[in-house]
Design a protein around this ligand. Structure first.
Ligand code: SF4
Length: 381
């Protein structure tokens, strides 16, 4: 298939759905409970709800929405650190659009901008570097966040800044890594999963091999999935086929983008610029060992955390916020007490309502509040 409409072909979707129904009948666990498949990536969550794939699939297949939206898992303390940086007179804070709406203890970057902070939306870290070139009397800070998908562009920009000797540019690094996070989910005692849809964009960088521990050690099937509706349906079919045949393997549905070894150039840039932190705090999931990166010592002149003092406070989520339970798949977004009332995309209380890739925003935007979500027969707890 070459064109986008081929990935949305209703006839092919019908054939896949028939195949899926046949597979479900062959999986013994379906007699007692649904099959729980976690889509790790927020992009998959968005596709599932946008195209109503969860409504099309048999009731025995249930999605658990994973932590793969980097904006959603950013803890409030880090947002406040970023706002403190943005409020410094000499700083121009630059970031992607979604990150401007994540709220810290009292406000978000958009509100800080309304109060006078110089906050600018950019489409890439290179835009931020260009601002540094154009404003040599100011300090330009890039709010770097995201998984391995966005890490290479931050790393390459920093290498470019060093090459050009641009000393008024730095990054506030909040990049996170996917593998320790999946491991933490699998080690979570209150979560039971049957298989995974693996993240397509991250895998384009890291390849398929780092996931082998999921199949070999945890005995769960995983299929790296693309983002079109037929990609998701085919990936679900591949996971179910493994379950029906009693196999646990890493399979790659997204072969048109994801090579087994990943992107060596991108991995080298990441390796050169970043090193693992001992631990990193995740909203709703707590501290996860080696799940974030920081700028290496040799690039400290470009590290905003070393260049400027930060409040560095830990701030708990509001008590009514149930983002952590949603992120672990313990409840569905529509089962949160404040879903659609005090928490909406216009006025998000929790981070999962901020980004379009957040599970709560997807439920809200596509009107997906099914009867069985409000009154579930069983849950994966
Ligand atoms: S509805 Fe809001 S508070 Fe509740 S889990 Fe979703 S984002 Fe968090």
């Amino acid at each position: 298939m070459k064109f986008v409409d081929e990935f949305r072909d209703p006839q092919k979707a019908r054939i896949l759905l028939q195949e899926i129904e046949g597979l479900v009948k062959r999986i013994p666990v379906c007699r007692d409970r649904p099959i729980w498949i976690m889509e790790v990536c927020g992009g998959h969550t968005h596709t599932i709800f946008r195209y109503g794939l969860n409504k099309m699939l048999p009731k025995e297949v249930e999605f658990i929405h994973g932590p793969g939206c980097p904006v959603c898992v950013l803890p409030r303390g880090r947002v406040d650190d970023c706002i403190a940086l943005a409020e410094r007179d000499e700083v121009i804070m630059t970031t992607f659009g979604d990150a401007m709406r994540v709220t810290g203890l009292k406000k978000n970057l958009l509100q800080a901008k309304a109060e006078g902070a110089d906050v600018r939306m950019v489409y890439s870290p290179l835009d931020a570097l260009n601002l540094a070139r154009l404003n040599p009397e100011r300090e330009v800070v890039f709010f770097g966040l995201g998984f391995e998908t966005t890490m290479p562009s931050t790393a390459l920009t920093l290498l470019q800044a060093r090459e050009e000797g641009i000393n008024n540019f730095s990054i506030f690094c909040n990049h996170i890594t996917i593998i320790p996070t999946i491991k933490a989910i699998l080690d979570s005692p209150d979560l039971q999963l049957d298989g995974f849809l693996g993240p397509g964009h991250v895998s384009m960088v890291i390849g398929t091999k780092p996931y082998s521990f999921i199949a070999e050690y945890y005995r769960k099937p995983i299929t790296i999935a693309g983002f079109e509706p037929l990609d998701i349906l085919q990936s679900v079919w591949m996971v179910l086929k493994q379950l029906a045949e009693g196999r646990c393997e890493v399979e790659n549905q997204y072969t048109r983008i994801v090579p087994p070894d990943g992107n060596m150039q991108a991995l080298q840039a990441i390796q050169e610029v970043f090193e693992l932190r001992e631990f990193f705090e995740w909203r709703g999931l707590g501290s996860i060992d080696h799940s974030g990166v920081r700028v290496r010592e040799e690039f400290s002149a470009f590290d905003a955390e070393r260049k400027f003092p930060l409040p560095n406070l830990k701030i708990a989520d509001p008590t009514s916020c149930q983002c952590g339970e949603v992120l672990k798949g313990v409840i569905k977004p529509s089962q949160c007490k404040v879903f659609g009332t005090t928490c909406t995309p216009q006025n998000p209380l929790g981070a999962l309502m901020v980004s379009t890739e957040g599970a709560c925003a997807a439920y809200y935007n596509y009107g997906w509040i099914p009867e069985e979500d409000l009154h579930p027969a069983k849950s994966p707890v």
